[in-house]
Design a protein around this ligand. Structure first.
Ligand code: ADP
Ligand code: UDP
Length: 235
């Protein structure tokens, strides 16, 4: 499989078309943004780490019956994936209050939630990814009810599998964001990445942050945290 042309360049990845029409190659960059693109920087080796961690989690999910777009790892920064028609939603699952939820509900960061919370955001940089509910999604024709049922089922399964795996690594899964697309049979398939860029990982003993919040909040030790969480998870 060979890359033919750039289909899309995003904030963290470049998506290439290939000589096989149903397959894409995703290249993971070191570029990092926060605050809807207001803060920009690079995190050395982030692309390598996010590619490795996504491969690890997509394989874990597959061995537990959850399909994703992942096909194979092509190089240290590249994976081949199924080409999907993406749904313009960010699906956030939360186990512990942090970030925007902590602010919105006035909860101290770190407050455990009685049940996992699932939120939808409209994936639209110009609008700053506003939060949506099922009615907005129907009204905008972004997805159908049965598709949202599938998205929610898969998202909660991913949550449980990741929580279980991370528990054995002394890591708490605070929250994460997933993206989904439709395949050639209109089936819902998990896409994008699962990495410290789109998950909050805290050390279960010290609550030390091992994710992109260190970059977002200028906490220092960003590269070390990315290396540490990859080693812990994949060791
Ligand atoms: P952003 O668009 O948020 O800046 P990235 O830099 O991560 O994000 O770019 C990757 C893009 O590729 C995203 O827009 C994502 O929705 C899209 N994408 C992820 N997986 C697939 C797939 N399997 N098929 C088509 N597009 C995908
Ligand atoms: N998230 C993401 N991309 C976004 C917004 C959020 O990957 O555009 C992830 C983020 O890493 C966290 C979860 O979604 O794991 C919840 O993020 P939150 O809404 O608290 O965002 P914040 O505004 O604090 O970044």
């Amino acid at each position: 499989m060979n890359k033919t042309k750039v289909l899309y360049e995003g904030k963290a990845k470049i998506v290439y078309e290939t000589d096989e029409p149903d397959k894409l190659i995703v290249y993971f960059k070191d570029d990092a943004t926060a605050g809807n693109g207001e803060k920009k920087g690079t995190i050395k080796d982030k692309g390598i780490i996010n590619n490795k961690m996504s491969e690890f989690f997509f394989k874990l999910l597959k061995s537990n019956g959850i399909e994703s777009h992942y096909l194979e790892t092509v190089s240290e920064r590249e994976m081949a994936v199924k080409s999907l028609r993406m749904i313009a939603l960010e699906v956030i699952v939360r186990n512990v209050a942090a970030g925007s939820l902590a602010k919105r509900l006035g909860l101290p960061e770190g407050t455990p939630l009685n049940t996992p919370v699932l939120e939808y955001c409209y994936k639209n940089d110009e609008l700053g990814d506003p939060m949506l509910n099922r009615y907005h999604i129907m009204a905008l024709d972004l997805a159908r009810v049965h598709e949202l049922d599938d998205i929610e089922h898969i998202s909660f399964c991913v949550n449980q599998l990741l929580i279980n795996l991370l528990k054995s690594k002394n890591v708490k899964l605070i929250d994460f964001k997933l993206e989904f697309g439709r395949d050639e049979h209109d089936r819902i398939v998990l896409a994008d990445e699962i990495s410290p860029d789109n998950c909050r990982f805290w050390d279960a003993t010290t609550n030390e942050k091992l994710d992109k919040d260190r970059f977002r909040r200028d906490m220092g030790g960003v590269e070390e945290a990315y290396h540490e969480i990859l080693t812990r998870i994949t060791a």
